[in-house]
Design a protein around this ligand. Structure first.
Ligand code: AMP
Length: 147
């Protein structure tokens, strides 16, 4: 059975943690820590996807500008060209996207191009493990039924 993004969102919900583009990196870091997530979505005034800021961007900011960077804005360091998926993408397609793009978060857009969720590499790994365990169980049942 092919698992789709739709099923992951159904299980985990469509909550998206966001940061304002004008917030500072310290505020973003606090939010990442409080929420226990690795990335925040930045929306424009219309609520559309404007960028993504991950903990790695904060690390890069500090590496480039030292602790002064922490007072700078999220929009200075966020990634603007964000790769997205739809609810119809498969989990395998997401794994490919993350592996080739070297990122661990993919926002999900609905038919109206509105944000409807965020998938992390943790969600993908959890789903793949569940799929693999199910396949192994089915094979064991098949073997014991036919053997
Ligand atoms: P991550 O592995 O998700 O922590 O992100 C690593 C880098 O890729 C950071 O610079 C992020 O801003 C960027 N990034 C994260 N998710 C995406 C995405 N879906 N599309 C493009 N870049 C992304």
């Amino acid at each position: 059975m092919i698992m789709l993004v739709k099923q992951i969102l159904h299980n985990k919900g469509s909550e998206i943690f966001t940061a304002h583009g004008d917030a500072t990196l310290v505020q973003a870091a606090r939010q990442l820590t409080q929420r226990g997530v690795g990335a925040l979505i930045v929306r424009d005034d219309m609520g559309k996807l404007a960028g993504i800021l991950s903990e790695r961007d904060i690390m890069r900011a500090i590496a480039e500008n030292g602790s002064d960077a922490l007072a700078q804005s999220v929009k200075t360091y966020m990634t603007v060209k964000v790769k997205t998926c739809t609810e119809q993408n498969s989990v395998e397609e997401l794994m490919d996207m993350m592996t080739h793009g070297r990122f661990r978060h993919v926002p999900v857009l609905d038919e109206a191009n509105q944000l409807c969720g965020l998938i992390s590499i943790g969600d993908v790994v959890k789903t793949r493990i569940a799929e693999t365990l199910n396949e192994a169980q089915s094979l064991r049942e098949y073997i014991s039924a036919t053997g």
